[in-house]
Design a protein around this ligand. Structure first.
Ligand SMILES: *Cc1c(COP(=O)(O)O)cnc(C)c1O
Ligand code: SF4
Length: 322
């Protein structure tokens, strides 16, 4: 993932902006030199409470020294993506759909990111797109292309539209799915104008899967953006990651489902953490996760209950936690 040097993007500057008291900062054991550096867009920053070291959004972005601890069972490629990599930038793991790593960049660096060690520089050069598109064109069993990353919405609007027009030109592709956290973390920045115009006239079915972990990430700005996508014919879904100390409470998850629905988004997946080195402190154990999900089932309408799943090297589907 690319880094951007910005004076306001250091952990010290962030803590200062958020008016965290220096003693608290010290006790958090902030990592000032993380190889996966702090990156937090201003819209997301605006949703973080001042002077609260336990803020659930802050915890998703603040680099801590604990990330250097190695943990058993945690690896660099926890979902074996590289075993299903027919051409660079393309992952063909499940029947009927492929995942195209469209951009190495994200607007935010989530501390738990499962792709923090992914060899993006080898995988995500736009020169790989032709090969990937050829592979898709030659495989009529593929009906859905998923743009992922990094974050595909960190591409320039021009590149993104060039790519989706090429996908649209492949007759057996019926659905374009975009997986992006940009609409949540940088709703004022999301590239939409030309994309919306394209979306209104394409023959493809369109799905936008956003990534929101806590209701505090939603705002009037995200609501406005979702209406725009909805109007252009996108189905809006959300995936979350279950994160210890961030959203591992029934009331938080219940609120999240309601808040998403009030903005026109349906909960899709609640992912058990991918076991990537550096993220072990965020893991909720399987028993607790299942318990939470069972309690959630009791208080939510069926259509507001996300599927609790684990991404593994299973070549067929995301595995339900049971
Ligand atoms: C998650 C994922 C998909 C999509 O799976 P769905 O269950 O259809 O959401 C496709 N390919 C890969 C490699 C994935 O990780
Ligand atoms: S937006 Fe997604 S891919 Fe990017 S850092 Fe966060 S979890 Fe990782």
């Amino acid at each position: 993932m690319q880094t951007q040097t910005n004076m306001t993007d250091t952990p010290q500057a962030l803590c200062k902006t958020l008016q965290l008291n220096p003693k608290t900062v010290q006790s958090l054991k902030v990592d000032l030199n993380s190889p996966f550096p702090l990156k937090v867009p201003k819209d997301f920053l605006a949703q973080i409470q001042l002077n609260d070291p336990t803020d659930p959004l802050l915890k998703q972005v603040l680099p801590l020294k604990i990330e250097h601890q190695t943990a058993d069972g945690f690896s660099q490629d926890p979902v074996s993506d590289l075993a299903f990599n027919p051409t660079p930038s393309l992952i063909h793991k499940y029947h009927g759909r492929v995942l195209l790593i469209a951009s190495p960049k994200c607007d935010i660096h989530c501390r738990y990111c499962f792709r923090r060690h992914f060899p993006y520089s080898e995988q995500t050069n736009t020169r790989h797109w032709k090969k990937a598109l050829d592979y898709i064109a030659q495989n009529p069993s593929i009906h859905e292309v998923i743009l992922s990353g990094g974050d595909p919405m960190s591409l320039s609007e021009k590149s993104l539209i060039q790519l989706i027009e090429k996908i649209e030109a492949i007759p057996h592709i019926k659905t374009l799915r975009i997986h992006s956290r940009t609409p949540i973390v940088a709703p004022s920045k999301a590239p939409t104008q030309a994309l919306i115009a394209w979306a209104k006239q394409t023959r493809l079915h369109k799905v936008l899967v956003v990534h929101c972990n806590h209701a505090n990430e939603l705002s009037p700005q995200t609501a406005k953006l979702f209406s725009l996508y909805k109007e252009a014919g996108f189905h809006l879904l959300n995936q979350s990651v279950l994160l210890k100390g961030i959203n591992d409470q029934v009331s938080i998850l219940e609120n999240l489902s309601h808040a998403l629905f009030s903005q026109g988004v349906l909960p899709y997946y609640l992912n058990q953490l991918d076991r990537v080195q550096g993220a072990a402190h965020f893991e909720v154990d399987r028993h607790t996760a299942l318990n939470l999900h069972n309690q959630l089932r009791k208080c939510l309408s069926g259509y507001l209950l996300p599927n609790l799943v684990q991404d593994t090297s299973n070549p067929f589907y995301k595995v339900p936690i049971t």
